[in-house]
Design a protein around this ligand. Structure first.
Ligand SMILES: NC(=O)c1ccc[n+]([C@@H]2O[C@H](COP(=O)([O-])OP(=O)(O)OC[C@H]3O[C@@H](n4cnc5c(N)ncnc54)[C@H](O)[C@@H]3O)[C@@H](O)[C@H]2O)c1
Length: 356
């Protein structure tokens, strides 16, 4: 069988340490494809030619472009990884769907508006393209072990999930997506939230609130409580994901603590399972995610990173911003098109001070 032809849009520039201006996520996608016998990286596109050239050198091919449309037209690609900032995800996914590819693996967050996220999912479904988003923590040992503990009944019935993250949109998307992962993709019914946005916080060019509290209820009656950004940088939940059951609690990514621990009703101490050296960040999550994306394409199995699953967390995020705008509970389906946080900044309803 000939290998699947893979192209990348937005290679980034590798640097010793990633920050809010760039992680060069494309290299991690590239490592994932490179590890697979079924795939061959054949082309990349980046506005900055030297970025594209460096990526091509690293992965051993020569076809580089500064115009991704040209790459799509020329390269007869089976799979495209989109690793640009979020305001570009929607137009790039829509263009790539039209180019006749079979699969798109796009970085998170889905899009910079709720309408954009829905349009991407619809366009892919109409074109028969497998569209996935890189919520790679679904492939991390601490998270998979927590799900197994839950499914084995260790903490009884799940009552509530909690999440503590730096923000709701950029990093929050990972941990709110884990709510979906833990309870097998149940959609939410409503969301109620309030945000504080006093100092401009642009991450990959998009606004993120400074602090927020959000409550949501899923269709199975499980509640989700999300809290971000305590002043001074603390995590108000004390971990990134907490699963509260009728008979115990599981915590993942404990602040200054283990990657996973649980305590059953009556236990005096926490039990700390061995996660094999994996933290909540890796290693190996993205390679596993890419391998699963490719396997799903080849077998026809629905990927857990599918756009339909990513929409569940995305609706909660934009719904929470909308709740803050409306000053009330927002019942789903969410009937807006924009990004309420960005819109409130644009209209002057929110006036974050410029950061340095
Ligand atoms: N999954 C994760 O854990 C994780 C971690 C960090 C970042 N991210 C996400 O990855 C995405 C990309 O972030 P990054 O840090 O890799 O970005 P980056 O800045 O390192 O790379 C983006 C590249 O896109 C290129 N680009 C911009 N416009 C383009 C265009 N029109 N055509 C072609 N190339 C273009 C830029 O020149 C740049 O080289 C963001 O959505 C971010 O939220 C995900």
């Amino acid at each position: 069988m000939s290998k699947l032809r893979v192209g990348v849009i937005g290679t980034g520039k590798r640097k010793p340490r990633g920050d809010r201006f760039g992680y060069a996520m494309a290299y991690q996608h590239g490592n994932g494809y490179r590890a697979l016998d079924t795939c061959e990286l054949v082309a990349c596109a980046d506005l900055v030619e030297e970025n594209a050239r460096a990526f091509a050198e690293e992965f051993g091919f020569t076809n580089i472009y500064t115009d991704y449309q040209e790459m799509l037209a020329e390269e007869n690609l089976d799979i495209v990884s989109i690793c640009t900032w979020m305001h570009l995800h929607e137009p790039m996914v829509l263009d790539t769907c039209k180019a006749g590819v079979r699969a798109i693996h796009c970085e998170k967050p889905m899009a910079d508006t709720w309408g954009g996220a829905k349009r991407m999912a619809s366009a892919a479904a109409e074109a028969g393209v497998q569209l996935t988003f890189n919520h790679q923590r679904r492939y991390g040992a601490p998270f998979m072990m927590a799900k197994k503990l839950l499914e084995d009944g260790a903490i009884g019935e799940l009552v509530r999930q909690e999440c503590g993250a730096g923000n709701l949109y950029d990093t929050g998307t990972h941990f709110i997506d884990m709510f979906s992962f833990f309870q097998n993709e149940v959609p939410a019914r409503w969301v109620l939230g309030q945000i504080d946005y006093r100092v401009e916080n642009l991450v990959f060019g998009s606004h993120n609130e400074n602090q927020q509290v959000v409550l949501t209820e899923y269709e199975n009656g499980v509640f989700g409580l999300i809290m971000t950004g305590a002043p001074g940088g603390g995590n108000p939940v004390g971990c990134v994901n907490k699963l509260v059951g009728t008979e115990g609690v599981i915590e993942v990514g404990v602040t200054n603590g283990p990657a996973l621990r649980y305590r059953l009703a009556g236990d005096r101490e926490w039990t700390v399972p061995d996660t094999g050296g994996e933290s909540i960040h890796g290693p190996g999550f993205i390679e596993r995610a890419v391998a699963d994306v490719v396997d799903c394409l080849l077998t026809g199995r629905k990927c857990q990173l599918d756009a339909s699953n990513a929409l569940i967390a995305t609706e909660i995020i934009f719904g929470a911003y909308e709740s803050s705008r409306r000053r009330g509970r927002v019942d789903f389906p969410l009937d807006i098109d924009d990004n309420p946080l960005a819109a409130m900044v644009e209209s002057g309803d929110l006036k974050p001070e410029k950061s340095e």
